[in-house]
Design a protein around this ligand. Structure first.
Ligand code: SF4
Length: 386
């Protein structure tokens, strides 16, 4: 069996530049640049390195007019299929669409700007821009930034239903205005939730191509194991048309995301089952973002590695520590963690179970984190194994 011969959902074809996902096309590998988008040379080098490693689509974050200008230059220096990652400022799509093949928007981010304007108007704007510039769209729903109206409709313990409903609403609206050149992603840092939410989505909309991934999977090898545990289950069920493995690795190792994705597909093809224990592994869970252009201090990847190293003594404690690279997504993405850290330019913010504890310098943060971890271990009645 190879991954192209498994029975896959009969999804629509969605063209992204020179490739097509869905409709039985080979499962495409994707990655994202973690360089500063305004640094044209570094971003071109990374986009080309990823494409050379086998990335069919390379995503780039753009948050400002300066970065959209850089994107124009980046476009002229690479033949990679490019996707742009938009955050709150959805209007930037107008500036960037001429230089990319796909626009990714997050339904949960359409609420921050022009709050009085209905999200449907904003999506219609994005669709008009995409149509004019021959771009596909990805509706990218993420566990840490779900549409607040959807969250309020469900019990706090149910984080899957708001994600699902948000995606289904956007699909219905896109269809209603005659735009079908889109795919959907539903990402969570918990592999079991990734399986559940994508499985439910695929049951409801089997014709919509899915981009699969476990967000903030963290550092290798655990980040790869978590991703494979979720994606193997889904892909075996015929769900998924394109994948990304999100890993916290330094920029010169970003190609490892593509290698890991290829290995997942090869294992699937060879019938090699992954370690299912990664789905519900007990013990300390460190989640960390893969970094992107928005990362606020280059020390982020090193910080994540030091957190992992420092907390090794608590490896058997059933606690979650989240380490994020920026203040845009850090506060939301650390909401469900026992201890959450997110980077600013000079300080690292720290949160314990939703309570902000303050900002600490890059030198101070580890001792403070350790003190908080020890306090939680004691509180939970676990004995430290130091
Ligand atoms: S948390 Fe911030 S730095 Fe990390 S990947 Fe997300 S947007 Fe980028």
């Amino acid at each position: 069996m190879n991954s192209d011969s498994i029975s896959r959902n009969p999804t629509r074809p969605v063209r992204i530049g020179s490739i097509t996902v869905g409709a039985g096309h080979p499962i495409a590998l994707q990655s994202m640049c973690a360089t500063k988008t305004a640094d044209v040379d570094a971003t071109v080098a990374q986009a080309n390195a990823l494409a050379q490693a086998g990335a069919s689509v390379v995503r780039i974050a753009v948050d400002s007019p300066r970065e959209s200008e850089a994107l124009q230059e980046i476009r002229s220096q690479t033949t990679a299929n490019l996707s742009v990652d938009l955050q709150e400022n959805y209007r930037l799509a107008l500036d960037v669409a001429p230089w990319v093949d796909k626009i990714r928007y997050n339904p949960g981010h359409l609420y921050h700007h022009e709050r009085e304007r209905p999200w449907q108007d904003k999506v219609r704007f994005l669709v008009d821009v995409a149509g004019e510039h021959d771009c596909a769209i990805r509706v990218g729903v993420n566990c840490g930034s779900v549409d607040p109206e959807k969250r309020e409709r469900y019990e706090p313990a149910d984080s899957v239903s708001p994600m699902l409903e948000s995606a289904l609403d956007h699909c219905e609206f896109l269809d209603s205005i005659g735009f079908t050149r889109y795919c959907v992603s539903l990402k969570d840092s918990d592999p079991a939730k990734v399986i559940e939410v994508n499985g439910r989505f695929a049951a409801a909309r089997p014709e919509v191509p899915l981009h699969l991934g476990v967000t903030e999977a963290g550092m290798p090898p655990q980040g790869v194991q978590k991703t494979q545990a979720a994606l193997h289950v889904l892909l075996t069920e015929g769900i998924g048309d394109t994948i990304r493995v999100s890993l916290t690795v330094p920029n010169d190792r970003k190609y490892e995301e593509i290698e890991a994705g290829r290995k997942i597909l090869e294992d699937l093809a060879a019938g090699r089952a992954p370690d299912a224990a990664a789905l519900n592994r007990a013990g300390l869970n460190i989640i960390s973002c893969p970094s992107c252009s928005r990362v606020e201090n280059e020390a982020f990847v090193d910080l994540a590695a030091r957190v992992k190293q420092m907390t090794a003594y608590a490896a058997d404690k059933p606690l979650t520590i989240a380490v994020m690279g920026c203040r845009v997504n850090g506060p939301g993405e650390t909401d469900d963690a026992d201890l959450g850290l997110w980077c600013g330019p000079n300080y690292v913010n720290l949160k314990r179970r939703g309570e902000r504890l303050g900002a600490f310098s890059y030198d101070e943060i580890l001792p403070r984190l350790k003190a908080e971890l020890d306090a939680l271990i004691e509180l939970e009645g676990h004995s430290s194994t130091r």
